[in-house]
Each structure stands twice: as C-alpha cells, then as structure tokens.
Ligand binder design. Structure first.
Ligand code: ADP
Ligand code: ADP
Length: 229
C-alpha cells in the first residue's frame, strides 16, 4: 500500500557534517506528506535516502514495515516514481521518453499515460504522434510540457509511491497551476511526498513538515501552519 516511515533518521554526506539530525515522519498509504523548508535544509536528501542512493547513519526508513536497508535498490526504483524540478528529455521521440524505464509498453499504454498527463495540448492524441522527435532536432518543449512528459512516464510506471521534488517550482504561475491540477489527479490513490518551498502549492497535503537545519521544526496542515507563520 506504500506506507513510508522515517524513524529518527540521521545522515550526513561527510563525517562530522550532519545533514539530517533525527528526522521522523509517517506517510500512511495513499496519503500526501509535504516537506517544506529553506534551501539546503535536507529536503532532496530525504528523497535520495528513500531511493537508497545513500544509507542512513542512524535511525531507519521503512516501507510497509520493511526496513529499506533490506530491499534491493532495483525494487525501490520500481516502487517509487519521481517527478524532478527540471526534467531532462532524451533527444528521441515523445513515446520513447514516456516509455523510458518501461520497455515493452504497448502504444495503447503509452497513449493512456499521455492522456493522463494531458499531453494532447501539444501533441495530437494519435499514437503515431508519439513518434514526434523532441530536443535539439525536433519539437522544442516548454518547461511545463517537459513536466507533462515526466508525469506521463510516472503514470506508465504506476508506482505506489510518488515523490514530487519541486516539480512545478521552475514554471510560471499559470503553467504551475495547470500542472498542479494534473498532479492532483496523479496523486490520488498514491502515497506522495511533495517537496516544496511555497505553502501555496501544497494546500491539499494531509500533513506538512517544516524542515530546518536537518530537523522537523514544525508539523501541521496548511491552515494550522498559515496561522502560525
Ligand atoms: P534541500 O533539498 O533542502 O535544498 P539538500 O538535501 O539538497 O537540501 O541538501 C542539504 C545539504 O546537503 C546542503 O547543505 C547541501 O549542500 C548538502 N549536500 C547535498 N548533496 C550533497 C553531496 N552529494 N555531498 C555533500 N553535500 C551535499
Ligand atoms: P536540489 O536541492 O535542487 O536537488 P542538488 O541536490 O543538486 O539540488 O544540490 C543541492 C545542494 O547540494 C547545492 O547547494 C549543491 O551545491 C550541493 N551539492 C550537490 N552535490 C554536492 C557534492 N557532491 N558535494 C557538495 N555539495 C554538493
């Protein structure tokens, strides 16, 4: 179901320079947790630890009660999707970019994912159109369009856990609102960790933790945090 638990997690990239100093939170399966905090607070580090790019130096991280230290990284990557801040696409077709990591996906599956990410705004909804080249020698996509490709890739992968790492922070406010709407649909039914630096983009989160200097400085929901700050 995708329940994610951080229990007193400690971590530093270098000895004697702790980045996370005992971080705890629980994301129930299907719920959304938002992590906000200043640049350098350790937000992206939390995402990297969940993928086990690094091992914690103290405490534990578990998914559905299983310590991720005992889970293969390949399994983690299959179960966790991420939409990063700036999606870098391959100079290949839109279809290739959507299906990346899911070789063997059928054209129908690619099309369904593209529809879920509202890609028809810039590519007509014909399977053949996914042969359109993007990048240097093809269609130049805007930041918002690239994010839609990243969202489609995630929909095709269909992971129970989704990380949105500043997924809309590089976009202008109108595009941000549009992508937020799509992400709300994608987030339903999934366990989601949203990394954000603006409270306005995480109104719907079930819980918000404010990370500061490697610790959870505050926690609450949108309304309670607005009242305090
Ligand atoms: P945030 O996402 O909140 O902006 P990060 O988790 O990216 O913060 O970074 C937290 C701290 O860890 C920062 O001080 C950053 O410089 C440091 N850091 C990030 N990645 C590395 C790394 N690979 N090696 C050493 N320090 C790093
Ligand atoms: P983001 O927080 O947007 O994911 P990065 O993870 O790329 O950005 O970097 C976050 C911070 O960590 C930046 O300030 C960067 O300079 C620093 N950082 C990244 N990699 C290293 C590294 N290998 N050694 C030291 N600092 C790093």
């Amino acid at each position: 179901e995708g329940r994610v638990k951080f229990d007193n997690v400690r971590f530093g990239y270098e000895a004697n320079r702790p980045i996370l100093k005992g971080v705890s939170f629980l994301v129930p399966g299907g719920k959304t947790l938002a992590i906000v905090g200043p640049s350098g607070a350790g937000k992206s580090t939390i995402a990297r630890l969940l993928f086990r790019f690094y091992d914690v130096t103290g405490g534990s991280i578990s998914i559905d009660g299983q310590d991720i230290g005992r889970v293969q990284q390949r399994t983690l990557r299959e179960n966790i999707g991420i939409v990063p801040q700036d999606t870098v696409l391959f100079n290949d077709t839109i279809g290739y970019n959507i299906a990346y990591g899911r070789e063997g996906a059928t054209p129908e599956e690619v099309e369904a994912a593209a529809r879920g990410a509202a890609i028809h705004d810039f590519v007509a909804a014909q399977p053949d159109d996914y042969k359109t080249q993007v990048g240097e020698r093809g269609l130049k996509l805007s930041g918002g369009e690239k994010q839609r490709v990243a969202i489609a890739r995630t929909l095709l992968k269909d992971p129970p856990i989704l990380i949105l790492d500043e997924a809309t922070s590089a976009l202008d406010s109108r595009t941000e609102a549009e992508i937020q709407r799509t992400l709300r649909d994608v987030s339903a039914q999934r366990t989601v960790i949203v990394i954000a630096h603006r409270l306005s983009t995480i109104v719907d989160a079930d819980e918000i933790v404010v990370l500061n200097d490697g610790r959870v400085a505050e926690r609450g929901n949108h309304a309670s945090l607005l009242r305090q700050n």
